[in-house]
Design a protein around this ligand. Structure first.
Ligand code: SF4
Length: 206
């Protein structure tokens, strides 16, 4: 048997949340085979084991059905978005998609999770993510440093509020770049934020 690797697979961000169609699930089953290991992660991606030499071909086939395929491991995960129950426009579906395109798969010192909520109800739990984006009417608030795992859990703290849609991607990319540049080894983002302080982060994003 050839060497295997894992790919991260998820449906496109859409109203209704992470909905796989039957066609997409059937395609996954067809292209990876019945003995492949498939794992459901806590961050709305399926980790699918595939032969290394067929990785790119499988990625292409899955993408043809509308699925998105990303790297696993020490990268920014695809955006963990809410279900957009208030409607695509009011909850900012387009903004979430643009943000996802900009951030998913960036190599980072430790896996990085970014959450998005289309309103202050925050049903996707953005304050438990490394970076949380919350749409507040026509602007966006950014929270940083959420840590839901282990015994030292923490709620993300408000970093910036009142951002326009145009400001959102550049600010988040700046935060990721800052983390990449100054993290110590494989330092987790929440630890990094505690070490760096919010003031320093406000300074580089302001
Ligand atoms: S965060 Fe708001 S818009 Fe998104 S699913 Fe929850 S209630 Fe609906």
């Amino acid at each position: 048997m050839g060497e295997k690797t894992k790919i991260a697979v998820n449906p496109a961000i859409q109203v209704g949340g992470s909905l796989f169609s039957l066609e997409q699930l059937a395609k996954i089953s067809t292209v990876v085979g019945s003995d492949a290991k498939i794992e459901m992660t806590t961050f709305k991606q399926l980790y699918v084991e595939v032969p290394i030499d067929r990785r790119d071909a499988i990625k292409k086939e899955l993408e043809l059905t509308g699925l998105e395929v990303y790297a696993t491991g020490f990268v920014t995960k695809s955006l963990i978005a809410c279900n957009f129950c208030k409607g695509a426009e009011e909850a900012g579906l387009d903004t979430a998609r643009i943000l996802n395109q900009a951030i998913a798969g960036i190599e980072t010192p430790a896996p990085l999770k970014i959450g998005y909520a289309g309103c202050a109800l925050g049903t996707s739990e953005p304050l438990l993510k490394d970076i949380g984006v919350v749409k507040m009417r026509n602007t966006f608030d950014i929270y940083v440093g959420g840590e839901p795992k282990g015994l030292k859990t923490s709620i993300a703290k408000l970093l910036l509020s009142g951002l326009t849609e145009e400001q959102l991607v550049p600010v988040i990319i700046t935060i990721i770049d800052f983390y990449k540049e100054y993290a110590k080894g494989k330092e987790k983002f929440s630890k990094f934020i505690n070490r760096m302080t919010l003031d320093q982060l406000k300074h580089i994003t302001g």
